[in-house]
Design a protein around this ligand. Structure first.
Ligand code: HEC
Ligand code: HEC
Length: 345
């Protein structure tokens, strides 16, 4: 039921008239309605939030918090790769391999869905669980994770970031700090200037690509300020996705989480901001480059064989979504000097 509703709304959106002769202004107006601008100035966090953000930043970069000292959030969400790791499957604690491709944690502020299968309520819950999952930091228990935080010298920082709480050092507070930090990481791109009315901020090619992106129907799923991140959709609306991507063991997506028929092959519609920097693509890393990902999307989601020109125009548009990394992500924080405490504490 839910799926057919989704397909119906997709059909309606795709059939909404968009005049091919639309001039620059019409295109800008359409784009403004579909996406939202990431403001040049983010609202300033109050004092507590600033301390929480900085605490979250330290936690994000700290390898001492994993059971074997091998893993921190930043291992799989690296600044140099725009918060991904260039691997098909990430490796975490004990070199355990994750089931899916690492997603970027940039611009989460503008997204509502967490994980490819929407299996976390919010990014607080995501962070909370990362401390003890064997695919991530690998601590055997909450107590062990808390002990590592204490041994790495975090107690005073938690007390400062959560001053009104009786027991500041908790994993819930660590998760709050990590989520606060991650929500502060947004990237403004030339496309945002375009949306503000500076049409020349993106190239003529990118403008044509934007028009293609809208007219062929990409924006019926990839929309909002993050150009995605707000809905779950079937991967392979018109064809079985593995028929095109040639993966051997197709992932059932959300169905493995809910066990409901209508969730078969349903995945998060990812954000396309900074997409030029985060290859390989798709939950299973099956597309090694962006041209391939665009072409497959056309076929699988819209039943269209995009021409080489359409692919390269759309790519030019996607290039205009690349922004500068925030300084508090590009640069690693200063951590306390306590050594990694060892695997058995
Ligand atoms: C071993 C590598 C690894 C580590 C370590 C890791 N992540 Fe991830 N992260 C991933 C992968 C892989 C995914 C995609 C998982 C999925 O959707 O099934 C992901 C997804 C996410 C997402 C969801 C993004 C989205 O677009 O939905 C968030 C948020 C996130 N990670 C934050 C963190 C934080 C915070 C930490 C540290 C506490 C962390 N990660 C540690 C690999 C890692
Ligand atoms: C019906 C909804 C829908 C439409 C229409 C759609 N997409 Fe997607 N897109 C998705 C979903 C769902 C995924 C995630 C698939 C997966 O990996 O399981 C995705 C993934 C992608 C990715 C890979 C992102 C990453 O981080 O790996 C790119 C690039 C992309 N889409 C571009 C496009 C382009 C370009 C178009 C238009 C030609 C388009 N999409 C049309 C739903 C859609």
């Amino acid at each position: 039921m839910k799926l057919s509703f989704t397909l119906l709304s997709l059909f309606l959106i795709l059939n909404t008239p968009f005049t091919a002769s639309a001039n620059d202004k019409d295109l800008l107006k359409t784009a403004k309605a579909l996406f939202g601008i990431i403001p040049a100035k983010q609202e300033r966090p109050d004092k507590i939030t600033a301390e929480q953000t900085e605490l979250g930043r330290k936690l994000f970069f700290d390898y001492r918090l994993s059971k074997d000292g091998s893993t921190a959030c930043v291992r799989c969400h690296q600044p140099q790769f725009y918060s991904t790791d260039r691997l098909s499957q990430s490796t975490g604690f004990n070199n355990n391999k994750g089931a899916r491709n690492a997603q970027s944690i940039l611009n989460l502020k503008y997204q509502t869905i967490v994980h490819w299968r929407n299996d976390r309520i919010n990014i607080e819950e995501q962070a909370l669980r990362a401390f003890t999952t064997p695919l991530s930091l690998g601590n055997s228990s909450t107590e062990e994770a808390l002990k590592r935080l204490d041994l790495a010298g975090y107690s005073p920082l938690f007390a400062k970031a959560f001053p009104k709480t009786e027991k500041p050092l908790t994993l819930e507070n660590a998760a709050t700090a990590l989520a606060t930090y991650q929500r502060s990481l947004t990237t403004r791109a030339p496309f945002d200037k375009y949306l503000e009315g500076d049409i020349k901020a993106i190239s003529a090619q990118a403008q044509k690509g934007l028009k293609e992106f809208v007219t062929v129907g990409c924006s019926s799923c990839h929309n909002g300020p993050a150009v995605g991140g707000r809905m779950m959709q079937k991967f392979g609306v018109f064809h079985d996705y593995w028929g095109i991507t040639k993966v051997a063991n197709p992932d059932k997506g959300r169905q493995d989480v809910t066990k409901k028929d209508e969730d078969l092959y349903i995945f998060k519609v990812p954000s396309l901001r900074n997409i030029t920097e985060t290859a390989p693509y798709f939950h299973d890393a099956s597309a090694k480059d962006l041209d391939t990902a665009i072409r497959w999307m056309g076929k699988l989601q819209l039943n269209k064989d995009l021409s080489n020109e359409q692919v390269s125009l759309i790519k030019a548009f996607l290039e205009s979504l690349k922004g500068e990394l925030p300084k508090n992500f590009r640069e690693a924080p200063t951590l306390s000097s306590e050594p990694y405490a060892g695997p058995n504490i």
